[in-house]
Design a protein around this ligand. Structure first.
Ligand code: ZN
Length: 214
């Protein structure tokens, strides 16, 4: 492996952080060009996928490639994302959202139930339906902000900030591996106005790489 050297400025590099992305260069695997952001598990995974493509790698010297690889891998490790490599290619873990996400053009045709199934999987969807609706409350339901409680847990979904906050153990431990929802979030979404919840899920699915789940 070549020695890792921080990439130099490239002709097609960015002059600053893209809108909505971190302003700290350290959150990028290529800090000089503001490329390959690795501030969330999803971005780290996306960075890994993009940087595996030869047409992206060739823009860098072998030493710079080693630097970017190192930063992406460190981020993945930090987030606890298991990276499986077979034949030099990264394999997505089976059963996570990455493995069975529909194409963008199909997302608009999906029903509420189908969307929930993508986020929850069969077992969690069944558990979500099993939650007594009396333990689910919605405090706020505006176009941009949805918040409430499910049992002892809080839920807060901010569409403006593209941020979903929830505090149960299942959600916390599994979001790093691409399971973005738990039974509580499922139950919460079922309590919402259905067309609004459907729009939100489509948006979440389409733009999941730009959302923060924590
Ligand atoms: Zn939960």
């Amino acid at each position: 492996m070549p020695r890792a050297v921080k990439p130099s400025r490239k002709r097609d590099g960015r002059l600053g952080p893209p809108q909505g992305y971190p302003k700290d260069p350290d959150k990028y695997a290529d800090p000089a060009n503001w490329k390959y952001p690795v501030h969330t598990p999803f971005h780290a995974r996306a960075a890994r996928r993009y940087f595996n493509e030869p047409r992206n790698r060739v823009k860098y010297t072998p030493e710079e490639q080693a630097y970017i690889d190192k930063k992406i891998n460190e981020a993945l490790e930090r987030f606890g994302v298991a990276v499986k490599i077979r034949d030099g290619k990264i394999e997505d873990e089976a059963g996570t959202i990455q493995a069975d996400v529909p194409l963008n053009k199909d997302i608009d045709r999906m029903t509420f139930e189908e969307l929930l199934l993508v986020f929850l999987g069969t077992n969690r969807l069944a558990s979500a339906k099993g939650i007594d609706l009396s333990s689910v409350s919605v405090d706020k339901e505006t176009d941009t902000l949805l918040s409430g409680r499910v049992k002892d847990y809080t839920v807060r979904i901010d569409r403006q900030e593209k941020r979903l906050e929830h505090d149960c153990v299942d959600f916390r431990t599994n979001r790093a591996v691409g399971r973005l929802m738990c039974k509580h979030l499922g139950a919460f979404l079922m309590r919402l106005d259905r067309p609004k919840a459907t729009r939100l899920l489509r948006e979440l699915l389409r733009e999941r790489d730009h959302w923060t789940f924590e």
